[in-house]
Design a protein around this ligand. Structure first.
Ligand code: OAD
Length: 263
């Protein structure tokens, strides 16, 4: 990776929130790899609450009550209720311009675009993203803790729901990585980060590891790093550049610039 492949320019006074603007002038190579990490902020404008913003999901629930294996053992009904509501909410929302722009980037960029999400919603897929790495699992999938059966699940789950494979009750749970569990696809993620030329982190607060550490791994690998968020985060200082603003505005603009650099 050559750093002189990129140029930065300072703030346009008309857009004061746009801290550094990337000029993706040398992005024409078919060899280039863009790795993107998304978080709850990308789905916020679709109407799904984030976790830590004001009125976020964790404002109404304590993480320990709903998002760890101990909580599921202690009070499975509450955990099921929490995720049943989240699963039902998926049917009331639609992908927004940011999801759509990333799907377009995946389709049109001549190099590789790897999309990793911490989100458990399916808005990237519904926007047309051909491949999404769900490191924290998916709301629309469940698995059986008794036999390991994993499948798509559209309705509610209850403690009495029996497994379609082993027929036992009590083991069916959302296929979601809870606190204390190991995120999915980590080997593959680490491998793609090692090959990243550009790493972009979109709509995530950088408070949950290992995802919060991806920027550092990508930098070690020589990638240029970009954060897109509507606010500063705890990890903003680790990025080479930052676009501050709503994802539905900033992401399509960035995608346009990246694809424009290929012309
Ligand atoms: P957070 O709620 O921690 O952070 C959301 C981020 O999105 C914040 O930095 C906001 O500033 C930003 N944001 C909000 N609205 C935005 C918008 N319209 N445009 C751009 N940015 C916006 O959510 P995550 O970082 O995704 O894990 O949380 C990470 C993990 O913590 C989740 O995957 C979940 C949670 O515990 C598990 O449940 C395992």
């Amino acid at each position: 990776m050559r750093y002189d492949d990129f140029a930065t320019e300072h703030l346009d006074p008309i857009l004061p929130e746009r801290v550094i603007r990337y000029i993706p002038s040398a992005m024409g190579s078919h060899e280039r790899t863009i790795v993107i990490l998304t978080g709850a902020g990308i789905s916020a404008e679709s109407g799904l609450p984030t976790f830590r913003d004001k009125d976020g999901l964790w404002e109404g629930y304590r993480v320990e009550e709903v998002a760890c294996p101990q909580a599921f053992r202690r009070n499975p009904d509450l955990v099921h209720r929490f995720y049943n509501l989240r699963r039902a909410a998926l049917k009331t929302v639609a992908p927004n311009a940011a999801h759509q722009a990333l799907a377009r980037l995946q389709r049109e960029f001549p190099g590789r675009v790897i999309l990793i999400t911490q989100n458990i919603d399916d808005l990237h897929e519904r926007a047309g993203s051909p491949e999404v790495i769900h490191m924290h699992g998916e709301l629309r999938k469940v698995f059986c803790a008794h036999c390991g059966h994993c499948g798509v699940w559209e309705g509610d789950l209850q403690t009495v729901t029996s497994c379609p494979q082993c027929d036992r009750r009590g083991g069916m749970r959302p296929d979601i990585v809870w606190f204390g569990e190991i995120p999915y696809h980590m080997e593959r993620i680490e491998a793609v980060l090692r090959n990243a030329d550009i790493f972009a982190s979109i709509g995530t607060s950088g408070q949950v590891y290992p995802a919060a550490g991806f920027v550092s791994l990508a930098k070690i690998a020589g990638a240029r790093t970009l954060e897109i968020n509507n606010a500063q985060t705890l990890v903003s200082g680790r990025f080479d550049g930052q676009f501050i603003g709503p994802a539905t505005r900033e992401v399509p603009q960035w995608v346009e610039e990246v694809l424009g650099g290929n012309e």
